[in-house]
Structures are given as structure tokens and as C-alpha cells.
Design a protein around this ligand. Structure first.
Ligand SMILES: [Cu+2]
Length: 531
């Protein structure tokens, strides 16, 4: 009896301990798994397409108008299934199979012969109305084309400007809402001034039976279109048509021109480029007028256009939006990647650290970091945030271990080299992907970190293999630096705090839990044989 009691008591204690350890262990599983390396097969989180993409490439623009007096434009009115968003398909109505239709580039006083060709398998009559065309219906009266037929008419381009064209078959707004629109540029006799890059972007709404993002085929909703409540507000016909590997590529110092159409059919657009400046705005597509200078946001009415020009000043990820900003949740977002040599005089990071302790310490920290001229000499952490390295440029003393912490939800790499002429994996100075060893690209998953110790002075460029517009530089100075010789500075301590509260703390916590479980199991086993 005397022996039984302690045995029973021990059993109860063990039972509680086992339950507690089990619960703790179950809770620890997501923490543990979060610290494991993650290999994302689809780095952008995109799923496989269910239908071909119908988005017009923004770079698909004729470089100059034909010098001929008479030009022929052939437009095939194709009704085609396409991908509106990730996993969402839609029956587009198009000119030449894309949204927007082709960019038609003309010169003043040219005579244009327009062919509207409606394939036999079409379900609708189609046609064209262009705001560049003077005459009944902007050509609509001359171009109504039933399935299986072709109509031809001609017009003379009498006004310089940037003009919309769209289908003009009743119900006209329905034809526009299904993707039948594009731009006609009528250049002055001398042509437009040369720029380095030209892009063609059309904003348009789509009205679907299901809400934004609902998977599967989505039919057109006349009711939503009629009440002007779009599910999708997108550039070039689909969500993500100008992001990821479809982003616009520009180099620092290049001049950029964007031909922008707001096809509507219902909403006005407040065109804005986050991180950029609209240096010259040819308001409402009036390229015959002098431009407005240094504009932040320009209003583009439904059925209107604008031509904007700017010079890319620094490497940056510029974001094209309609500044009615909730529309980014409906797809209205595009990316311009500006690559090139950073210019700290224009923009650079001075300090990026967690504020801890009291104000006096913080003031000291501010003073001690103020003489680093934005190069954050004592900082050894780079955040990967919003598809960018923050700071993009970091200077460290030789011997420093730099840690990259990925705060995005998708995976990235830290790969030495120039993305425009990438090195083979086996000669990269550093590469988080491990491609040289495994032949595969492993990503630093969301919440993960990676580090590298720099032992040779120099400037190192690096990028993300799956998002090559992400570019950073590490400059390694030859001296060990004053901070290193004086021991850790305040900002070193701050960085230590950041690191500890990030990955290390999670790892340490998980390790502690494992040790705790092991001790408890050992304890339970050592008790049992005594009975
Ligand atoms: Cu039509």
C-alpha cells in the first residue's frame, strides 16, 4: 500500500506531464516547421493558367508610324477564352486576340484603310468607333460586321493626338467591358521626340458573376456593369499583367513614355506612379499642346487617354496605380523596375533599427549613426521586404556577417552577380539558393533568414533569381572599422535585438521546447523501473 501510493501519484504526475509536453510539442510543430528551409515551386504564388493569357504586352508598340500616305489596318474581332486572374477565366471579346487591341500608330493626314474581319465562329456583330475618326459613330456606321464577314472603310487622320478606339456595336458598353478597345496615336508630321522606352497600358473594368478572385470560369454580369460596380479593375486585361516577370524594365537615366488609355467603361482613373514623377503630362492625350510639368497624379476620364514621360533617376521598383487606391485590391497595379547604379545623393537609407530603451539612448544612437552618410556602416542586416532589399545598399567592414531576413510571404534568393548578365552558379561569390551544389534553386522562405560573411573588400552586386528586378549591393570596406575596434556600438546592440527577436529567438524557443520534452520523457522512464 505504501509503495502503491507514490506509484499512483507518480502516474498522475506523469500523465499531466505527458499531456503538457504533448500540447507544447504540438504547439511547437508550426514553430519548428517555420524554421525549416522552404522551397517554393511557384515563387510568385501563381497557379497554373487555365486559359491563355490575353493581355497585350505593354512593349508591343510599333516604333514609328509608316511614312506612307495610305496605311492599312486589319482588325480581327476575336472572341476568346482567357485568363482574367490566377485561376479565373473569362470570355474576352478582342481586337486581334489581346486586351487592349493593337497600338495603331499613324501620322497626321495619313489615309487609313480599316478592315474589320469578324470570324465565322463569333457570336456577335462587331465594329469600330475611334475617337480619332471624324464621321458618324467614329467609323461605327461604316464597320458593323456580322460573324463570317469583313467590312472595309477609310478615314483621314486629321488631328494629332492619342485617341481611344473601341467596338461600337450595341450594346456598346458591353463590348467595351468585354475587352474591345485600344489606342490610335496620330503623330505630328515631324514625329514625337525619341525616348528610350515606350509602353502601352490600358486600364479597364471587368464585371463578373462571382466576386474578385473567385476561381473558375466567370461570366459577364450585365447587372454589375450597369450599376458600375466592377469586380476587376486591371491594366491590360488581366490581374498581374504588368507585375513579376511581366514588369516593365527600365535602366537608370533612360527616358520613358507611357501611352495610357482608360477604357472604362465606367470609372475615371487617377493615374499615379508610386516612387516616380510624371515629368511631362500630355493631359487628356493632347500631344499637340505643351505638357504639364512635374505632375504627381493625372486624371484620365473613361474613354480618355494621357501620354506621360519621365526620366528614371535611381534604381527603384515603381508602382503604377490608379490612386483611387482600393482598386489595387481589384487588380489595378503594375510594376516598373528601374535598374542601375544607386545614387545615394538622391535617396539612401540612414538608419533602420528598432527603437528600444529610453529617449537618451535613442538620441545617442541617432548621433552615432548620423556620420555614416547613409551607408549604415555598423548595420549588418538587410530586410527582404515588398520584393526589395532594404537597405538596397549596405557598407560593412571586412569580416562582417551580413544577415538577410525575408519578411515577404514569398521566397527570394540572395545571389551574387548582375541579373542582366548572370553568372553560372559555380562561380558566384555567394548564393543563398545553393544552386551550385544541388542544381536547384532553394529559396529563403517567408520568415527565414540567410547570412554570409564577407572576408574580401570590394563591392558586390546581388539579386533575387526569381525576381531579378530585386537588386542590392554590399560594399565591404578594407578596415575593420571604428565600431568593431571599440566593441559593439548601440546600433550593433539594436541589431542584435532585432536578430534575437526574429529568427534566433524562434529557433532558441523551439530548441528549448525540444530539450524540455526530452528531459520529461527521460524523467518518466527513470521513474517506471523503480516500481
Ligand atoms: Cu464588339
Amino acid at each position: 500500500m505504501r509503495q502503491c501510493k507514490p506509484e499512483n501519484t507518480t502516474k498522475i504526475v506523469l500523465g499531466r506531464a505527458a499531456k503538457a509536453t504533448l500540447i507544447v510539442f504540438l504547439l511547437a510543430i508550426p514553430v519548428l516547421s517555420a524554421t525549416l528551409p522552404v522551397l517554393n515551386v511557384s515563387a510568385d504564388g501563381t497557379q497554373s493558367a487555365y486559359a491563355p493569357n490575353r493581355s497585350k504586352s505593354p512593349t508591343d508598340i510599333p516604333s514609328a508610324p509608316s511614312p506612307a500616305d495610305r496605311v492599312v489596318v486589319r482588325l480581327v474581332t476575336e472572341e476568346k477564352l482567357g485568363q482574367l486572374a490566377d485561376g479565373v477565366t473569362y470570355d474576352y471579346w478582342t481586337f486581334n486576340g489581346t486586351v487592349p487591341g493593337p497600338f495603331i500608330r499613324l501620322r497626321l493626314n495619313q489615309t487609313v484603310e480599316v478592315h474589320i474581319i469578324n470570324p465565322p465562329n463569333s457570336t456577335m456583330i462587331h465594329s469600330i468607333d475611334s475617337h480619332a475618326i471624324l464621321g458618324t459613330g467614329g467609323g461605327g456606321a461604316y464597320s458593323q460586321t456580322p460573324p463570317g464577314q469583313e467590312t472595309i472603310f477609310q478615314f483621314k487622320a486629321l488631328r494629332v493626338g492619342l485617341f481611344m478606339y473601341h467596338c461600337a456595336t450595341p450594346d456598346i458598353p458591353t463590348h467595351i467591358a468585354n475587352g474591345m478597345y485600344g489606342l490610335i496615336l496620330v503623330e505630328p508630321p515631324g514625329g514625337l521626340p525619341k525616348v528610350d522606352r515606350e509602353f502601352y497600358i490600358a486600364q479597364g473594368e471587368f464585371y463578373t458573376q462571382g466576386p474578385f478572385g473567385q476561381k473558375g470560369f466567370q461570366a459577364f454580369s450585365f447587372q454589375k456593369a450597369d450599376s458600375e460596380t466592377p469586380d476587376y479593375i486591371v491594366f491590360n486585361g488581366s490581374v498581374n499583367s504588368i507585375t513579376g516577370n511581366r514588369s516593365l524594365q527600365v535602366k537608370v537615366g533612360e527616358t520613358v513614355r507611357i501611352f495610357f488609355l482608360n477604357a472604362g467603361p465606367n470609372l475615371d482613373s487617377s493615374l499615379h506612379i508610386i516612387g516616380g514623377m510624371l515629368d511631362r503630362v500630355y493631359f487628356e492625350g493632347s500631344i499637340a499642346s505643351p505638357p504639364l510639368l512635374n505632375i504627381q497624379t493625372t486624371l484620365v476620364p473613361a474613354g480618355g487617354s494621357v501620354m506621360v514621360e519621365f526620366t528614371a533617376e535611381v534604381p527603384a521598383k515603381l508602382t503604377i496605380v490608379d490612386h483611387s487606391l482600393f482598386r489595387i485590391h481589384h487588380g489595378a497595379l503594375g510594376i516598373i523596375n528601374v535598374v542601375g547604379t544607386p545614387n545615394p545623393a538622391i535617396i539612401s537609407s540612414i538608419k533602420s533599427a528598432t527603437i528600444t530603451g529610453n529617449l537618451t539612448e535613442n538620441t545617442t544612437a541617432t548621433e552615432s549613426s548620423s556620420n555614416t552618410s547613409g551607408t549604415a556602416a555598423s548595420n549588418n542586416t538587410v530586410l527582404i521586404l515588398n520584393y526589395a532589399y532594404v537597405p538596397a545598399d549596405l557598407t560593412v567592414p571586412v569580416g562582417t556577417t551580413v544577415t538577410w531576413i525575408n519578411q515577404d510571404s514569398v521566397g527570394h534568393t540572395v545571389t551574387e552577380g548582375d541579373p542582366n548578365s548572370p553568372k553560372q552558379a559555380n562561380i558566384r561569390i555567394f548564393d543563398s539558393s545553393g544552386e551550385a551544389v544541388t542544381g536547384k534553386v532553394a529559396l529563403i522562405g517567408g520568415g527565414q533568414s540567410w547570412n554570409y560573411t564577407f572576408t574580401t573588400p570590394g563591392t558586390y552586386e546581388y539579386y533575387c533569381i526569381v525576381h531579378p528586378y530585386m537588386i542590392g549591393h554590399i560594399t565591404v570596406s578594407p578596415t575593420t572599422g571604428t565600431n568593431a575596434s571599440q566593441g559593439p556600438s548601440y546600433s550593433d546592440l539594436t541589431n542584435f535585438t532585432i536578430t534575437l527577436t526574429g529568427q534566433s529567438l524562434v529557433g532558441l524557443g523551439a530548441l528549448g521546447i525540444v530539450v524540455l520534452v526530452a528531459i520529461m520523457l527521460l524523467f518518466s522512464r527513470s521513474k517506471k523501473p523503480t516500481d
